[in-house]
Design a protein around this ligand. Structure first.
Ligand SMILES: [Fe+2]
Ligand SMILES: [Fe+2]
Length: 269
C-alpha cells in the first residue's frame, strides 16, 4: 500500500514593521522577528504593509529594503497607509509617485503566486474605495485574479481588515477598508470561495470568522501599541508575527509573540 505524503510549506506573515532609520525604538521587535525568520527559513515571507513609518522618507524605504533583504529568504510585500498614504475618510494622498516609489523599492504592489497547492494573492487594497488613480484598474485586476483562482485554495493578503466584526458595520474611521469599497469587496470574496485573508494595520492579533472566511490580523513587530479593537482581548499579543503551515489543501496558523525587553536582548516566545 502506497502513501502519498504532501510537502509542507511554511509562510511567515509580518506586518506593520514601521521600520525607520530615524526612530530606532520602532525597530526593536524587528531583531526578534528577523532572528526567528532566519532560524525557521520559511518558503515565503509576506509583509502586509506599513513597512516603513514615513511614506515621504526615501531613507526609510532604503533602510527597510536592506532589512528585508537581510532575511535571506524570498519575500513579497503590499503597501499600507504608512507606505503610500491613506484613503478615506483620511485626506487621501495616494498618488502615482508614491506607488512608483514603493514599486522601485519593494517590488510590485499586487501579485499572485503559487505556494504548493495554494495561490497567495497580494492586493493593494489601499486603492479600493480611495478614488485615487488606478482604483478602477485594480478592481478589474482583482476580479480577474479571483475568477482565475476559482476552485483553487487561495489566501488573500491586504493591509487593513475589511471590517472589524462584520461586513454590515458602520465605518470606524480609518480602522478598516473604506465603507465605499467593503460591500463590493466582500461580495467578491464570498463568491470566489476565498477561505483565508491575511491582514495587518491594527497592531494586534485577531482571528475573525465571517461567511466561511477566516480573517487573520497579524500583530506588529514594531512595539507600537495596538489599537485594541473592542471587544478588547485580554491577552492580545502586541508584538509578533503569524506563521502558516500549508499541508496539501489545508492551512494552519499560529502566532509567535516577542517580548521586547530592550537593548539587544529581545527574544521570541
Ligand atoms: Fe501600522
Ligand atoms: Fe496601517
Amino acid at each position: 500500500m502506497s502513501h502519498v505524503t504532501s510537502i509542507d510549506f511554511v509562510l511567515i506573515h509580518i506586518s506593520d514593521t514601521h521600520l525607520s532609520s530615524a526612530i530606532p525604538a520602532h525597530n526593536r521587535g524587528w531583531r526578534a522577528a528577523a532572528a526567528y525568520i532566519r532560524q525557521r527559513k520559511p518558503d515565503l515571507v509576506i509583509h502586509t504593509g506599513d513597512i516603513i513609518d514615513d511614506e515621504t522618507s526615501e531613507a526609510d524605504r532604503l533602510y527597510a529594503r536592506v532589512k528585508l533583504e537581510s532575511l535571506g529568504v524570498e519575500w513579497v510585500a503590499i503597501p499600507g497607509n504608512h507606505d503610500i498614504g491613506d484613503g478615506p475618510p483620511a485626506a487621501g494622498n495616494i498618488c502615482p509617485e508614491r506607488l512608483a516609489e514603493f514599486e522601485n523599492t519593494f517590488g510590485a504592489t499586487h501579485w499572485s503566486r503559487r505556494v504548493g497547492e495554494w495561490r497567495v494573492i497580494g492586493v493593494n487594497a489601499m486603492l479600493l474605495g480611495s478614488g485615487s488613480p488606478g482604483e478602477a484598474d485594480h478592481w478589474l485586476w482583482l476580479e480577474k485574479c479571483l475568477a482565475a483562482s476559482t476552485g483553487t485554495r487561495s489566501m488573500l493578503c491586504i493591509h487593513k481588515p475589511p471590517f472589524l466584526l462584520n461586513p454590515g458595520e458602520s465605518q470606524h474611521g480609518t480602522a478598516t477598508m473604506p465603507e465605499a469599497a467593503r460591500r463590493r469587496f466582500w461580495d467578491l470574496i464570498v463568491k470566489s470561495g476565498i477561505k483565508l485573508i491575511a491582514c495587518g494595520h491594527r497592531h494586534e492579533y485577531r482571528m475573525v470568522q465571517r461567511d466561511g472566511v477566516g480573517i487573520v490580523w497579524a500583530p506588529t513587530t514594531s512595539g507600537l501599541p495596538a489599537e485594541m479593537t473592542p471587544p478588547i482581548l485580554s491577552n492580545a499579543p502586541g508584538c509578533g508575527l503569524v506563521e502558516y503551515v500549508i499541508s496539501g489543501d489545508t492551512v494552519a496558523h499560529r502566532v509567535v509573540t516577542f517580548q521586547i525587553i530592550g537593548g539587544s536582548h529581545d527574544r521570541f516566545a
